[in-house]
Design a protein around this ligand. Structure first.
Ligand SMILES: Cc1ncc(COP(=O)(O)O)c(C=O)c1O
Length: 390
């Protein structure tokens, strides 16, 4: 299959042929948001420039204030924690589960304080965290939940789509993601008040936009007495070109996700019986949407073997594999600057999140975006051969 096909081309050309005249009504933005909300079983979808801005908007729309604490996992792309900082709030790191690699209820309970206002969960590599337990905590402590689903599209947890659990769900359309527009993002919610605030925040605080209305109308601005700004906002709007591509992508979202699942199943076969590679587990009732195929290396010297196995894999013709990001709190920004920020009470030192610290240096991620399945079959064979040679 082709990742980008005729339909995206057609929609983009429509925007260009109209010389952006449609931007006035945001034809593609409206069509995308409507369909996105339908597919992801939500009510409101609000297009954004990327999947980091989405989380900043969500925090602001939920009323999380500077100085408030927001719980996040450290084992993820750091945008999750960065969005908290963009909001002037304090990221508090909760440890992950050793098997699913996802933020755990136990980890969250250990770091709740009277200042905790929200949790941002991440569905790492396409797999859901344990929402039954996490929602119990949210209820018990009256904490809002934002799902960072940048890496999870149409994954499932106990019969529901990932994205149906949070007050907001955030998606990224960055180049490597399931649905892509090069850069882009989407925020969904069932709550009209939140959606209205999110829209205004992401549109410079415009008075004339609302939950389902992304543009101010010509009539509004043809009035010298028009009050344009009612609150402070950012310009996080999605362009109509991005929306045109995203709509084309969304129309074949099932196929795009299915392809990645097929690739993952090939890797499953390739590592079957191997005693030194353990894949991210997929508990009963979970459906992984496999943005990436993640495993850990279980050898005595992972710090050496990680590189040795990769070299052998590449030598055999493999595409290689990705490392997990450094834990957010070990990044220089957090070590050198955030650690000294007022309100940061965690010590960004070894032992802060032991499971995350165990996993990160051992993790290997194989890409799943092969659009020609025979290429993925070849990679799976090479992986199998490398396991035997190692
Ligand atoms: C888990 C996670 N959250 C957030 C982001 C940020 O998305 P974006 O690059 O669209 O800002 C990414 C990836 O890019 C991600 O993997």
């Amino acid at each position: 299959m082709k990742r980008i096909s005729e339909i995206e081309r057609k929609y983009v050309l429509e925007v260009l042929d109209n010389a952006f005249a449609t931007s006035l009504n945001s034809v593609f933005n409206n069509a995308l948001e409507k369909k996105f909300a339908e597919v992801f079983k939500s009510k409101y979808a609000i297009g954004h420039v990327n999947g980091t801005a989405t989380m900043h908007t969500a925090l602001a729309a939920l009323g999380v204030k500077p100085g408030d604490e927001v719980i996040v996992p450290p084992l993820t792309m750091s945008s999750t924690a960065l969005s908290v900082l963009h909001n002037g709030s304090i990221p508090v790191f909760a440890d992950v589960d050793k098997n699913t690699f996802n933020i755990s209820a136990d980890g969250i309970r250990k770091v709740i304080t009277s200042k905790t206002k929200a949790i941002i969960t991440v569905s790492l590599y396409g797999l859901s965290p344990d929402y039954d337990e996490i929602l119990k905590i949210c209820k018990e402590y009256d904490i809002r939940l934002i799902e960072d689903n940048a890496e999870c599209v149409l994954g499932k947890y106990k019969g529901k789509y990932v994205g149906e659990f949070g007050d907001f769900s955030s998606y990224s359309f960055q180049a490597s993601k399931h649905l892509t527009t090069g850069e882009g993002g989407m925020l969904t919610t069932l709550n009209e008040t939140y959606a209205d605030r999110a829209r205004k925040f992401s549109c410079l605080g415009y008075a004339g936009v609302s939950a389902s209305k992304g543009k101010i109308t010509r009539n509004d601005i043809q009035d010298p007495n028009y009050d344009r700004h009612v609150s402070l906002g950012f310009n996080y709007r999605m362009s109509e070109l991005q929306a045109a591509v995203a709509l084309g992508q969304l129309e074949k979202v099932g196929e795009l996700v299915e392809q990645r699942i097929k690739v993952a199943k090939l890797f499953d076969k390739a590592i079957l019986g191997c005693d030194f590679l353990r894949r991210q587990s997929e508990p009963e009732g979970y459906l992984n949407s496999y943005w990436s195929y993640s495993m850990i290396l279980k050898t005595e010297k992972p710090e050496v073997d990680w590189y040795r196995f990769k070299e052998l894999f590449r030598k055999n013709g493999g595409d290689g594999y990705y490392a997990a990001w450094k834990l957010s709190y070990f990044e220089p920004l957090f070590q050198n600057e955030i650690q000294k920020m007022d309100g940061v009470w965690q010590q960004y030192e070894k032992g802060l999140c032991p499971n995350s610290e165990y996993l990160q240096p051992r993790m290997m991620q194989l890409k799943t975006n092969y659009w020609d399945l025979s290429e993925a079959e070849q990679q799976a064979e090479i992986l199998h051969k490398t396991i035997i040679n190692f």
